[in-house]
Design a protein. Structure first.
Ligand code: HEC
Ligand code: HEC
Ligand code: HEC
Ligand code: HEC
Ligand code: HEC
Length: 456
């Protein structure tokens, strides 16, 4: 009798699961059909249509969302307005001494401003930059490269990247635009940044996959991350080489570091972003490694894409559309998180706040340690420390600084991968303190050395 009931239970459960699955599949199909049939084609879109306003004639709801990225917002650590990072945290002026970021470094704003903010920063007003800067700040970059390269995107990419930025701006009319993420004919997601395509190809090659092309090989869910990873990543963008993404050895902080450490510029010199003004160490600058940090977190491992949290579905009348108001998910927890997590909004916010506060505290310690190291080296130099003795210490500054900056420049204050962020900061603190101990040892030896010299 007992086994009969167990049998019945299994049957009922199996039927239930099958039913749910069918309902789910039908739902997906319906949604796809809805998406296809819902819009009225007013404008004829082609590769030449860059202006989002024209796309908006066919897709007014998505365009409305897109325009909202001009709104200023605030969260504890994020949002799209705020004061200069340098004023908020004066330690950064010491950490970035001698570099453009030590002069002007602001919180990001929404996509709507991506072109304007690049033109306004003192980093382009006071410093010569290259056309590489266009790559992630301009709508329709693919079309610009095609034009400059006479139909050859790669050639155009190299030519524009080598131009002075001020010359390259003549081609730029729009900020991040629809055409950057969508095929104008099919509306399928696509990536358009050659830097990304090359970077991800190298990454996949390391994993044993040859000739990877995201636009033909990636799943839809992967594309919901890749469209963002075209730009929200670490990159090299100086005058010595064409822009590249350093992913040949992998996406982890030390894999990227390893790639840079073994990278030789054409002049034979090893890779560095600038020479630190106070210590003289050849150091690295990290840039918004959102994709890289996310890739080490539990959401990435569970297949949760950038768009799931930053562009959740929103109900508009009878249909569901993708929210094109790309912003902090904390302004939108009910749709961004509660689609998967069955907690209250407040619980969810508390969990995030907890992670972010912890990261911020570790980050403070790591910045303090780094500043202490820099000051100590300055003291040692003043007292005549020799370059050969400082070489090992410069390496420790480079390591500590790269890790500190990786988390500081990443824009989620640790949320995208909390454990990984803590690991990276712990290493940063350790390297900085190791460096400090070494300098102290030098300083302690100094009087003895001086006596020896005097005796000679
Ligand atoms: C599980 C949800 C989730 C996923 C997936 C996710 N993020 Fe985030 N992201 C967040 C949260 C939460 C924050 C913190 C926002 C804040 O502090 O206001 C954040 C912050 C950001 C910020 C800064 C936003 C701001 O307002 O300051 C950017 C940029 C960003 N994420 C990009 C990405 C990219 C690119 C990806 C994919 C590679 C991604 N995110 C994946 C949840 C997510
Ligand atoms: C690989 C893509 C990429 C390239 C190349 C790139 N940026 Fe950005 N930039 C971004 C992203 C993504 C953000 C927003 C996230 C952030 O601010 O951390 C941003 C933010 C900014 C901001 C606003 C915040 C701030 O840092 O003050 C400025 C200004 C800026 N970039 C200037 C430049 C300049 C100048 C260059 C060329 C040296 C450049 N960008 C090259 C992707 C890129
Ligand atoms: C940063 C990348 C990005 C930009 C820029 C962008 N979209 Fe999208 N769009 C997406 C993503 C992600 C989806 C979800 C697609 C999916 O899951 O298959 C989407 C979906 C859509 C869809 C399908 C229906 C829906 O809402 O889900 C339409 C239509 C659309 N976008 C129109 C636009 C228009 C119009 C613009 C410019 C005003 C634009 N998009 C700009 C990323 C982008
Ligand atoms: C073509 C390059 C590009 C693409 C593609 C792109 N971004 Fe951005 N994003 C930027 C730049 C540049 C900024 C900074 C603009 C500024 O500060 O003026 C930015 C800013 C942001 C911000 C800060 C605005 C705020 O309100 O907090 C978020 C969040 C963000 N992007 C998320 C995403 C997500 C998610 C995707 C993919 C769906 C994406 N971005 C795709 C270049 C890009
Ligand atoms: C598409 C589904 C999905 C969305 C959207 C989503 N999550 Fe998650 N989240 C998961 C899964 C799956 C896990 C891992 C399994 C688990 O622990 O439940 C997870 C884990 C977490 C964890 C535990 C993290 C850790 O490192 O152990 C936190 C915190 C979290 N999510 C917060 C958020 C927040 C905040 C948002 C919205 C900004 C969000 N999630 C959006 C699916 C999602």
């Amino acid at each position: 009798m007992k086994s009969f009931f167990s049998y019945l239970l299994v049957m009922v459960l199996a039927a239930l699961v099958t039913g749910l699955l069918i309902a789910f599949l039908l739902n997906i199909r319906d949604r796809k059909e809805e998406a296809k049939s819902r819009h009225v084609e007013v404008a004829q879109l082609s590769e030449d249509t860059i202006d989002p306003k024209i796309w908006g004639q066919n897709f007014p709801r998505e365009y409305d969302g897109y325009k909202k990225t001009s709104i200023g917002t605030h969260t504890q650590y994020g949002g799209s307005e705020g004061i200069s990072k340098l004023e908020q945290d004066p330690r950064l002026k010491i950490i970035f001494a001698g570099y453009a970021f030590g002069v002007d470094y602001n919180p990001r704003r929404g996509h709507y401003y991506s072109l304007e903010d690049q033109k306004e920063t003192l980093r382009t007003k006071k410093f010569n930059q290259t056309g590489s800067c266009l790559h992630c700040h301009v709508g329709g970059i693919k079309q610009i490269y095609e034009k400059v390269g006479n139909g050859d995107v790669q050639a155009g990419f190299e030519q524009v990247s080598a131009m002075p930025l001020k010359d390259a701006w003549q081609y730029a009319d729009h900020p991040v635009a629809c055409t950057d993420c969508h095929d104008p004919k099919t509306m399928e997601l696509r990536v358009t940044r050659p830097g990304f395509s090359k970077g991800i190809k190298a990454l996949k090659e390391k994993e044993g996959i040859k000739d990877y092309n995201p636009n033909t090989s990636a799943s839809r869910q992967e594309m919901r991350t890749y469209v963002c990873a075209q730009c929200h990543v670490e990159y090299y963008c100086g005058s010595k080489e064409t822009l590249f993404y350093p992913w040949n050895n992998g996406l982890k902080v030390e894999e990227i570091e390893d790639y840079y450490n073994n990278y030789k510029f054409k002049d034979g010199h090893r890779f560095f972003d600038w020479k630190h003004e106070i210590t003289g160490a050849e150091v690295l600058k990290a840039q918004h490694p959102e994709f890289e940090l996310w890739s080490q977190g539990v959401h990435s491992k569970s297949g949760v894409a950038c768009a799931d949290c930053h562009m959740p579905y929103v109900r508009e009348g009878a249909t569901k559309i993708t929210d094109h108001y790309v912003r902090s998910p904390l302004l939108n927890v009910s749709r961004a998180c509660l689609q998967c997590h069955h907690f209250t909004e407040k619980d969810m916010l508390d969990r995030v706040e907890n992670i972010q506060n912890q990261t911020r505290k570790l980050l403070d310690r790591s910045e303090d340690a780094l500043v202490a190291l820099i000051n100590k080296v300055a003291e040692a130099k003043k007292r005549g420390a020799l370059e050969k003795d400082l070489a090992a210490i410069y390496e420790l500054q480079r390591k500590a600084q790269w890790r500190e900056d990786f988390i500081n420049a990443e824009n989620s204050m640790g949320f995208h991968a909390p454990q990984e962020a803590a690991r990276i900061l712990a290493e940063s603190i350790d390297y900085a303190r190791q460096g400090e101990v070494l300098v102290q040892t030098l300083l302690n030896q100094a009087p003895a050395q001086q006596k020896e010299e005097a005796a000679k």
